[in-house]
Ligand binder design. Structure first.
Ligand SMILES: O=C(CCCl)NNC1=[NH+]CCN1
Length: 329
């Protein structure tokens, strides 16, 4: 068996990617953010304060004949960007891309931070990280993918995120036609719950890759490419108008500048992120100052290959072989 779901950028900055997920009987369809950087499936629900849920599609377990309360279970999560949510837990049927998991833990939010309240285009997250990262207490729950894996043709999924166009999450198979290059594989470290890996080197513009390795995570739930300051500086030294903007909390530059590409080595392949993909968006509607897709990871303490990097590749999250595959797109 397999599953295949389309995913769409939420806005003109590709801030996040929205995928439709069907929960319960009859189906309640919610727009969710698939997040390989976390391991909880949580939703805005009938239990979310009305003031917080305003503008969001919500899940009502009381309207689902297959919903069951997971009594005594609660959850609470904080993300790398300091957003957070918490609540209680149901189990229900969750269908993604035509593949159904019958008894999936659906974490219902009784509290959500302002970032989520304001982000009305999504109704929650589908964690696609390793089960060890699940935040349900007293008994941690499995992710949708973990529950599905044993029934899928292959215990893997792929992410094909695209700039301003429809991409896909495929479960149980690899559509190699989505990639231009060969898929290079490298070991994945799931011990922290993330899809951790090590890039073997990097380069700015078309230069030859150096041998400075970068250890980080492949994270569909983070917008940016977050790397160490020395790499960020080496990149923006090639961008004449680049400067750090305190109010934006990041490097900005003239939108008219042609940005150099950024490449990294992984699994014997070279992934090149075009300069265009590294110009994320004007800092404000109509501004001629643009915000960089590459920013510092210093404040977060972990390097994150977020959507800006993932957009350049077809990425294979191979649980069965505990490895990550990367192919140029
Ligand atoms: O939390 C992280 C980073 C882990 Cl180091 N990624 N996932 C996510 N989901 C919502 C915001 N960010």
């Amino acid at each position: 068996q397999t599953g295949s779901a389309n995913t769409n950028p939420s806005d003109s900055a590709d801030d996040e990617y929205i995928t439709s997920v069907s929960i319960g009987t009859p189906a309640q369809v919610l727009p969710l953010d698939f997040d390989t950087g976390s391991s909880d499936l949580w939703v805005f629900s009938s239990e979310t304060p009305k003031s917080s849920a305003s503008g969001h599609v919500t899940y009502s377990p009381s309207k689902s004949s297959t919903a069951k309360k997971l009594s005594g279970s609660t959850w609470s999560i904080e993300y790398g960007d300091k957003s957070s949510s918490s609540g209680d837990v149901y189990t229900d049927i969750v269908t993604i891309g035509g593949f159904s998991v019958k008894t999936q833990a659906v974490e219902s939010a009784t509290k959500v931070s302002t970032q989520f309240v304001q982000d009305t285009v999504i109704s929650g997250l589908v964690g696609l990280g390793f089960d060890v990262g699940n935040q349900v207490s007293p008994r941690p729950q499995k992710t949708w993918f973990s529950n599905a894996a044993s029934s899928l043709a292959e215990p893997l999924f792929t992410a094909d995120l695209r700039h301003q166009e429809t991409g896909s999450y495929n479960f149980g198979f690899i559509d190699t036609s989505l990639a231009k290059g060969t898929i290079g594989y490298t070991p994945a470290d799931g011990s922290e719950g993330y899809w951790g890996f090590t890039a073997t080197g990097y380069s700015v513009g078309g230069a030859k890759l150096n041998r400075n390795s970068i250890t980080g995570i492949a994270d569909t739930g983070t917008t940016l490419l977050l790397l160490p300051d020395n790499i960020v500086d080496a990149y923006y030294n090639n961008v004449e108008s680049a400067e750090y903007d305190d109010s934006q909390e990041g490097v900005v530059f003239d939108c008219s500048e042609d940005l150099p590409s950024f490449s990294f080595g992984v699994g014997g392949q070279t992934i090149t992120i075009s300069g265009d993909l590294l110009n994320l968006t004007p800092i404000e509607e109509g501004s001629s100052t643009c915000f960089g897709g590459l920013q510092s990871s210093a404040d977060i303490g972990i390097n994150i290959f977020g959507d800006v990097a993932l957009k350049a590749a077809l990425v294979v999250f191979d649980l069965g072989n505990e490895r990550l595959g990367w192919a140029q797109k």
